[in-house]
Ligand binder design. Sequence first.
Ligand SMILES: [Zn+2]
Length: 152
Amino acid sequence: MKGIDQRVEAFELQLRKAGLRMTQQRRLILRVLAEADDHPDAKGIFTRAFVHDPTLSLSTVYRTMKLLETQGAIERHAFEDGVSRYEHADQQHHDHLIDVETGQVVEFSSPEIEALQAKIAAELGYEIVRHKLELYGRKTKPARRKPGKKDA
Ligand SMILES: [Zn+2]
């Protein structure tokens, strides 16, 4: 995983490639995003950035997120609540488990699942280009494995 400054630089580069001028507000959004280690939605990013610049508008955040997504710098998730959530695209692949009661998002990865998916795809004559796996669950007991990063 990259450091925060490297992330901001990478985001800036990607926006410049899209032909965008780097404004103070865009730079702020990039920093907030680079610092996030959860799955915030646009409003969450706006709230975090607004503290530093009360002239910021939510639509500026939406536009910036859209551009970063188009550039492949961030990944958008549309979990069942219908809200778009974002995370950096520079992380190792992982899947998500969403707590249906609290909305908490728990990350996990499983070599067994990856291998099984590849096997099934191969049997169908395919190689996997990408996949998204979302589990929806209700917590009934303490975890027996260490989750990846989690958030609410
Ligand atoms: Zn994630």
